[in-house]
Design a protein around this ligand. Structure first.
Ligand code: DX5
Ligand code: ZN
Length: 220
């Protein structure tokens, strides 16, 4: 499978958001990951649909919206209207996961489910036919810059076996050191915040560092 890189703008410099999204696109990002946090499902509050709308104005890349919020059903329409291409909701935040995935698809968007580190793979089994993507959290959601949790790898392998060829995103602590192990375990979309927007050599260097590891692997 083609490995895609999805920079997470949570780690961007918000005073230069448009410029940084354009830079990510120019340096080969495949999609833009947008982390919406409500201060309830996760402790922090990040931003909402106005940032999705702003991102929509500066890039052609698909916008992948990750809702870390309670009652996400109230926010699907506004996110769709703001220009989201895909919306993922947390399994742990949805009493009616099946219904909300249908709701997302009714807006013509890709629908995804995100699973926290403690959530077993079986929690998405019955909705697999509705899923276009799965976000396997490799940190506890709520903040950028946390350490990657290697103990999630057996579940990632299991989800890849269950899910066939649909996109599996890994989210949290993905960088040049951890990209190898997540790809080996079946992930094909790398969500990366700090390692892209916080890279020493800039956004392009952050993306190239990860791609470089993959190229060396396939060459070796
Ligand atoms: C975590 C968010 C992530 C976050 C990843 O709650 O869902 O998308 O931005 O950040 P890094 O790559 O810095 O771990
Ligand atoms: Zn995310």
């Amino acid at each position: 499978m083609k490995i895609k890189i999805a920079p997470s703008i949570l780690a961007a410099d918000f005073t230069r958001l448009g410029e940084q999204i354009r830079e990510a696109e120019a340096n080969g990002a495949d999609l833009i990951h947008i982390d919406v946090m409500d201060g309830r499902f996760v402790p922090n509050i990040s931003f909402g649909h106005l940032i999705v709308e702003a991102a929509r104005r500066v890039t052609q890349l698909p916008l992948d919206v990750h809702l870390m919020i309670v009652e996400p059903e109230h926010h699907i329409e506004v996110m769709a209207n703001a220009g989201a291409n895909a919306i993922s909701v947390h399994v742990e935040a949805c009493s009616h996961l099946h219904r909300i995935l249908q709701q997302i698809k009714q807006h013509g968007l890709k629908a995804g489910a995100a699973v926290n580190p403690h959530t077993p793979a079986v929690m998405i089994q019955e909705v697999l036919p509705l899923l276009d993507e799965i976000i396997v959290m490799t940190v506890n959601p709520g903040a950028g810059g946390q350490d990657f949790l290697p103990e999630v790898m057996p579940k990632l392998r299991q989800i890849r076996r269950m899910a066939g060829s649909i996109d599996i995103l890994v989210d949290g602590g993905i960088d040049a050191d951890t990209i190898g192990i997540v790809v080996e375990n079946g992930a094909n979309v790398m969500v990366a915040g700090s390692s892209v927007f916080g890279a020493n050599g800039g956004i392009g260097a952050g993306i190239r560092a990860m791609r470089g590891v993959l190229e060396n692997k396939s060459a070796g």
